[in-house]
Write a protein of this length. Structure first.
Length: 413
């Protein structure tokens, strides 16, 4: 496909036909994705090469978070955005970031910070797909990989750097990662990046960027730490909040009241009764993740597991294979809750109920991706009952007792 210089809406319509994109099927989407203003990507006067990447990736038109973010980000203004997981947040900041890159300059111009290695790989992949016609050099760097390889890579051109704060700060302190031309800093899952573990690193990194930089913060939850950071570093940020009552739209939530020793039996029953495309099953500790995965395999179901204490290469392989549909069920620790986008996941099971509403929101948000329907089943013991009530109150949601039969229409296409 030839890249032509001029951009225009008619041209974009032609590409859609050339690419034979299927019409957007909105019948099974929730309104946090479909309730748009009716904008088109061409309305933002993006480079034609970027529009080609957008349409080739299968994006038809902007979701609400993209409609709110893209035009504001293109003006250079700081953004504080709150939107549900799975509504197109990654593209909401990748598209304006890629549009602003000047490939004639051999310098890092955009820094995308994320809290986990898996999310870094996923975000960089989205950037690469969207920019495939643009000649933009994108690098991903995280802990657990070869520092020497990263240093060598930085001797070649890099325009967009995606990674976790610790590794990027290490490279910056060594003088190989130069951020003096980095005019856009994006922090995805900002609530996690502003936790005590990451905030000092993020603030040090900001110190390496120019005074006239643009900062974009995206998250599903905004604790108090975000406010203090905003007041310190953001200049009159444009605030986007699409979460007033959209927190868990499209996801039906049930609880099953069980004793601890009944949990595996209950899980076995769920597997036999539910129409699972793919499921993620959450435990509260690394040890329980491995034990449960072993039990599920013994019951005769295909199962992977993932947690933070595994080798990074092993984690990457599990994530890649699960995403590609090699296995139906994944047992996970909370490592896997943030931003991981696997659209085939339609069922989330909290084998262990989380202690706080933030963790619950991020876990349950693994189903119902990009406005599709999802199901969350929580196994509740006597000790969990207060947490269940508190999380319902804090999220303004209702977790109902599980019925004998669950209608497939509420979580299956």
């Amino acid at each position: 496909m030839q890249v032509q210089a001029a951009a225009g809406s008619n041209g974009a319509q032609d590409w859609k036909q050339q690419l034979k994109l299927p019409p957007a099927d909105t019948r099974f989407r929730t309104e946090d994705v479909t309730n748009t203003k009716g904008n088109e990507f061409e309305d933002y006067f993006l480079k034609r090469e970027l529009l080609m990447g957008i349409y080739e990736k299968g994006f038809e038109r902007p979701s609400p978070i993209q409609e709110e973010s893209i035009p504001i980000a293109l003006t250079g203004r700081d953004i504080l955005a709150r939107a549900k997981n799975g509504t197109g947040k990654t593209a909401a900041f990748c598209i304006p970031a890629l549009e602003k890159v000047d490939t004639s300059k051999n310098a890092i111009q955009v820094l995308l910070l994320v809290p986990t290695r898996e999310l870094a790989l996923q975000t960089s992949q989205v950037c690469k797909e969207l920019s495939k016609h643009m000649g933009i050099q994108i690098m991903v760097t995280t802990g657990g990989t070869s520092l020497k390889d990263d240093i060598m890579r930085l001797y070649n051109p890099v325009h967009v750097l995606v990674g976790t704060p610790g590794r990027i700060l290490d490279l910056t302190n060594k003088g190989v990662c130069k951020l003096n031309n980095c005019t856009m800093l994006v922090m995805d899952e900002a609530d996690k990046l502003l936790s005590p573990e990451f905030q000092p690193l993020c603030e040090q990194l900001i110190g390496y960027t120019p005074e006239q930089r643009q900062i974009l913060l995206y998250s599903a939850t905004f604790p108090v730490t975000v406010k203090s950071f905003k007041d310190k570093f953001l200049r009159k940020p444009y605030v986007i909040n699409l979460m007033d009552e959209l927190t868990l739209k499209g996801i039906t939530q049930y609880y099953a009241f069980v004793e601890e020793r009944q949990k595996v039996h209950c899980l076995n029953t769920l597997f036999s009764k539910l129409q699972i495309n793919q499921s993620i099953i959450f435990c509260n500790s690394v040890n329980r993740v491995e034990l449960l995965a072993k039990k599920i395999t013994e019951l005769g179901y295909s199962c992977f597991y993932i947690h933070a204490k595994m080798l990074q290469s092993h984690r990457n392989r599990v994530f890649h294979d699960f995403r590609n549909g090699a296995c139906r069920n994944l047992v996970s620790s909370d490592l896997f809750t943030r931003g991981i986008d696997i659209q085939a996941v339609n069922v989330v099971i909290n084998f262990d109920f989380p202690k706080n509403s933030e963790t619950y929101l991020h876990r349950v948000g693994r189903s119902g991706r990009f406005g599709h329907l999802g199901l969350a089943v929580n196994l509740i013991t006597y000790e969990d009952r207060f947490n269940l009530y508190r999380i319902e109150q804090e999220l303004g949601t209702e977790i109902k007792p599980i019925p004998p039969q669950i209608d497939r229409a509420i979580y299956c296409r």
